[in-house]
Design a protein around this ligand. Structure first.
Ligand SMILES: NC(=O)c1ccc[n+]([C@@H]2O[C@H](COP(=O)([O-])OP(=O)(O)OC[C@H]3O[C@@H](n4cnc5c(N)ncnc54)[C@H](OP(=O)(O)O)[C@@H]3O)[C@@H](O)[C@H]2O)c1
Length: 332
């Protein structure tokens, strides 16, 4: 058996720690593991599932002779260091949005467009967390019934904003003002904030544009009509998405349910009579994309409504990144 030498950049962050966890859970066979964080953390130790990792800082040629480098330390770190890691011979799997829309960088969800990863030039991008769960559910429906238009509204947990997001909610709930350290524009406890990332001139946020553009790229559907509204809510782990889909042809809820039951990576939880539908609290710490509330939207021609939930730190980031490495090793 061949062992894989890897680096995790941002190892002390929410996504980086989860990558180290997922690697152990999935028995991804690692040799050397170089855990990297900011200069201030260098030398400290990180304990993940009983394994201790010494934290290193970024320095020239730290990536030499490693096979994979998982990056989850934000856009500026990726922009500076991911090309260097690729030059040093690593396959970079990048969680930031820095390279996602570049033509020469594959943007991959293995259940949807596995083959694209082999067209890389050293960097493979992991999509935005909200995009990953959306396309995992949309792709099998597009294959079966051809999607015309998608309207998605998100209900995103605070962990989507990393360690600082979780700390902000937890301290606000304890009555401690977190304003200065909070990554959110307003108090998040007991609130819903229709604002994730920065606003552009057309009044969409960057998070909304990411969802729209990344979905078209991953599904290889430049023509797909899609609009998004992204909202931060005070849940800890797991993003919810209310999705309205218009198809080219007539479909009923049972056909949609059946296509999703057959799809990879999806669990259908759809029994309203017994109060069974996907919720963040149940999806947290799981790898599946959960879909429920599947019903016909009779206000449009060939419309379906559904509700998608998935753990943003796992399938939305860490698990998808590790799956990319696993599939890369298996080959074309
Ligand atoms: N959270 C999510 O749901 C999610 C989902 C998809 C993608 N992402 C993306 O993944 C990345 C990380 O997100 P996160 O939620 O894990 O953030 P986080 O919890 O804030 O962690 C950030 C990590 O980056 C490290 N870091 C910061 N500055 C650094 C530097 N100059 N050099 C090296 N390491 C540095 C931090 O180290 P210290 O501990 O030393 O500060 C920490 O390990 C972001 O690009 C984010 O957009 C996040």
């Amino acid at each position: 058996m061949r062992l894989h030498d890897i680096a995790v950049v941002g190892a002390s962050g929410l996504v980086g720690r989860k990558i180290l966890e997922v690697i152990q859970e999935r028995k991804f066979e690692t040799g050397k593991v170089v855990a990297i964080a900011s200069d201030g953390s260098a030398g400290k130790e990180l304990n993940v599932k009983g394994k201790t990792f010494k934290l290193h800082k970024l320095e020239p040629h730290i990536f030499k002779n490693l096979e994979f480098a998982f990056f989850s330390a934000g856009g500026s770190v990726s922009r500076e260091w991911a090309p260097k890691a690729a030059e040093d011979g690593c396959i970079v799997i990048d969680n930031s949005s820095s390279f996602r829309m570049q033509d020469d960088v594959p943007l991959v969800v293995p259940e949807v467009n596995r083959q694209d990863m082999f067209k890389n030039k050293g960097i493979i991008s992991n999509p935005n967390c909200s995009t990953i769960q959306l396309v995992t559910a949309l792709k099998p429906l597009d294959n079966a019934f051809k999607i015309k238009r998608v309207v998605v509204s998100t209900y995103q947990s605070v962990s989507g904003a990393g360690n600082k997001g979780v700390t902000a909610l937890e301290s606000e709930l304890r009555g401690i003002q977190s304003a200065s350290a909070s990554p959110f524009a307003h108090k998040i406890a007991y609130n819903a904030i229709p604002h994730i990332d920065v606003f552009f001139d057309d009044s969409y946020t960057r998070e909304e544009l990411k969802m729209m553009n990344e979905t078209r790229k991953i599904m290889n559907r430049k023509d797909l009509q899609i609009t998004a509204t992204c909202v931060r809510i005070p849940t800890l782990y797991g993003h919810g998405e209310s999705v309205n889909i218009e198809f080219d042809k007539k479909v009923n809820a049972d056909e949609v349910r059946e296509a999703l039951i057959q799809a990879k990576g999806i669990k259908v939880v759809d029994n309203p009579q017994t109060n069974h539908y996907p919720m963040p609290i149940d999806a947290a710490d799981k790898d599946d994309v959960f879909v429920g509330r599947i019903r016909v939207d009779s206000s449009v021609k060939h419309g379906i409504n559904l509700w998608i939930v998935s753990d943003n730190v796992r399938k939305g980031a860490a698990t998808n990144a590790v799956q990319i490495a696993e599939e890369y090793i298996k080959g074309k």
